[in-house]
Design a protein around this ligand. Sequence first.
Ligand SMILES: NC(=O)c1ccc[n+]([C@@H]2O[C@H](COP(=O)([O-])OP(=O)(O)OC[C@H]3O[C@@H](n4cnc5c(N)ncnc54)[C@H](OP(=O)(O)O)[C@@H]3O)[C@@H](O)[C@H]2O)c1
Length: 316
Amino acid sequence: MRAITYNSYGDIDKLQITELNSPKPGINDVIVKVIAISPNPVDLKKLEGGFKIITNVKKFPFIIGCDFSGEIIEVGKNVGAFKVGDKVFGMTDILFGGSGAEEIKVSQKYISLAPNNLELNYAAALPQVSNTSLLALRNIAKLRAGHKLLINGASGGVGSTALQIAKLYEADCVAITSSRNIDWIKDEFNPSKVIDYTKEDFTETDEKYDVVFDANGNRSYPEVEKILTANGIYVTTKNNVYTQIDFIKQFTKRKKARVVLSGKTSTSNLDLIRMWVEDGKLKPYIEKTFSLTEFKDAYQHLAKGRTRGKLVINME
Ligand SMILES: NC(=O)c1ccc[n+]([C@@H]2O[C@H](COP(=O)([O-])OP(=O)(O)OC[C@H]3O[C@@H](n4cnc5c(N)ncnc54)[C@H](OP(=O)(O)O)[C@@H]3O)[C@@H](O)[C@H]2O)c1
């Protein structure tokens, strides 16, 4: 079977299509015939060796990707909730897995049935960004109706999903984006306010927010602290030494800074995401779909950091 692999860390040119043996399921795994994958920035960080302190324990080649959708073609003997023929979506392990292959092995813990009202290839765009938004807003920020929420990076994969989840929690949402995405954000998500970051710094204001979700991860707790309410919380997607220092520094305060870590999903989170999609309350916004042979174009597009919503690579 074909897979998008790399044999050493580096840039997108390290990626190639290779022939690998089809995987065999462990007792708790399913084998999925992959219909589509959706690139995420973390795929590139792993490709560049950003996690090599951990990933070095595994031998090359690595398969790129973690998000996927497809159809189950084999199940391990302890798999009860899924059967051959089920159409599913989910995430392989970010560090040691890889979804960019025609067939993948994945634990039954990280998949769910795909939404029945969405083309199966588009379901690949949901898992990581929805899981991240859910963990950030529901689990970490404990978002509630009436909360004043600011989402930075609102037009990206995470931001465009977080905007929809914020509406489900009935938060009063302010979106940060650049000029070219202002009308799109207003038309599609109707937040109470949209701020153009190229014209205005959202931290220079007297407004106070219960939650600031830095989906883009380019700001910091010290910059955002002054616009948080007394019990406000800053949640960022950026996990680095500075955000960890912010986390430690604010222990003495009621205001909080947290990093969302969405390395793994769960069937229950994916079930909720599927339910929201089937109820017409959540959808992936796909900027562009690529074929398998165009996989480098897809990752180059993602690497520019300007994607509106998500990208999909069809694996068939
Ligand atoms: N910690 C975790 O578990 C976790 C999980 C998922 C993602 N992440 C991280 O979260 C970040 C966002 O992920 P993503 O999938 O949403 O990425 P993405 O889809 O590639 O984000 C692209 C978007 O970012 C916006 N953007 C670029 N510069 C910006 C700026 N200075 N201010 C505000 N928005 C800006 C762009 O809008 P404009 O073109 O309008 O600028 C574009 O729409 C990445 O760094 C990713 O690695 C972390």
